[in-house]
Design a protein around this ligand. Sequence first.
Ligand SMILES: Cc1cc2nc3c(=O)[nH]c(=O)nc-3n(C[C@H](O)[C@H](O)[C@H](O)COP(=O)(O)OP(=O)(O)OC[C@H]3O[C@@H](n4cnc5c(N)ncnc54)[C@H](O)[C@@H]3O)c2cc1C
Length: 399
Amino acid sequence: MKRLHALVIGAGIGGMAAAIALRRAGLEVSLFEQTVAQREVGAGIQISPNASRLLGRYGLGDAMARVAVRPTAIVFRRWQDGRVLGREELGDSIESQFGAPYYHFHRADLIALLADAFGPKDIKLGRRLVDIEQDESGVTAHFQDGASERGDLLIGADGIHSCVRERLFGEEKPRFSGQIAYRGLAPAERVAHLRLPLDVTNWVGPGGHFVHYYVSSGRFLNFIAVSEEASWTREQWSDRGSVSDAVSNYQGWHPQVATILTAVDETFKWALFDRNPLPRWTQGRVALLGDACHPMLPFMAQGAAQAIEDGATLAASLRNMAYDVPRALQAYVALRKLRTTTLQERSQAFSKSFHLPDGPEQIDRDRTFAREGLRGDAEAMRRLYGHDAESATAAQGER
Ligand SMILES: Cc1cc2nc3c(=O)[nH]c(=O)nc-3n(C[C@H](O)[C@H](O)[C@H](O)COP(=O)(O)OP(=O)(O)OC[C@H]3O[C@@H](n4cnc5c(N)ncnc54)[C@H](O)[C@@H]3O)c2cc1C
């Protein structure tokens, strides 16, 4: 049988993980990225066991362990006095429960190890997709430089502003969530006096929250400071931010917050956008993946993890459907949609509850944090972290 040729658009975390998974499933893969050099923002990312399990299977276990930090717990603290509101164990506890580690990465480290696994020279940089055409026998990608490529299927892993999505289903701007995030990386020696444990700490308070955790084998402390802002008028959705503006959003908060914020030389400011769940992710030989089809607010730290799951399910669906492309893409969407929609909705709900003013609703929320943390009871944790995006697909193939 002729080997299928997949065109993957976008070499972010989702596109690269999908490219690796598709190649493992026996496809020839061409991976295209619009930027001329792969780069990631100077920021951290949490990768939970549902995703690290898949990356481990792709042969990245040792490489991940070398550059990542394995946090001991997620700790929720009250904005004003730092009182601990809830704690969920990670570290050995989560790894033995779900058979894969919870990791914190510097984004550049994660991008580099995925690129190494796919083959950095195989990533076609400086190729911006501008149009697609498909017929019964294949799909053609047209690039801004005038070149075209023909394949059997095309995967749009081109992020929240996806061109592939727009070509399939028309233009629809993502929605500004009313929240902005300042992000930064503080050299560990500048915060050493705080003696922070290897936790991910999440300070919650009126109108904002503040998350920090170590990355790059403990060399940097990453922070994400989310606060509310009425509008985002700038054209671009990320911008250099001012440390003093970030600090002013946390007046009256525990002094540790300002200490961490002022330990960086520069900070970047991001507008947080999302979309309602999309009715369709696929048409014929083209399908969407990752933020292109299910962008989610970062409150559950699942956007990239879900993009990695997408790639595994996509590859397994192609195998299970005997490489019948349109059927396999539909099977992929059927397997992924409910899970990612649920996580989009839960992330949106947390965007309100993390920022509650002090009062009866906040007291209720704090009781929930104390009882079951963020991810819910043991069954909810099993559904989130125990999910195996490859074997769930195999089970569907057997039905
Ligand atoms: C503040 C914040 C914190 C977060 N924290 C976490 C976390 O802890 N854990 C987690 O799992 N997720 C987290 N996320 C979400 C996560 O970052 C995203 O879900 C994930 O990076 C999406 O990956 P992607 O590959 O789908 O899209 P992207 O990372 O957006 O990649 C898309 C790629 O496509 C390229 N591209 C775009 N258009 C074209 C074109 N026309 N032609 C060619 N290439 C193109 C882009 O240049 C880019 O490289 C966070 C998000 C934010 C904003």
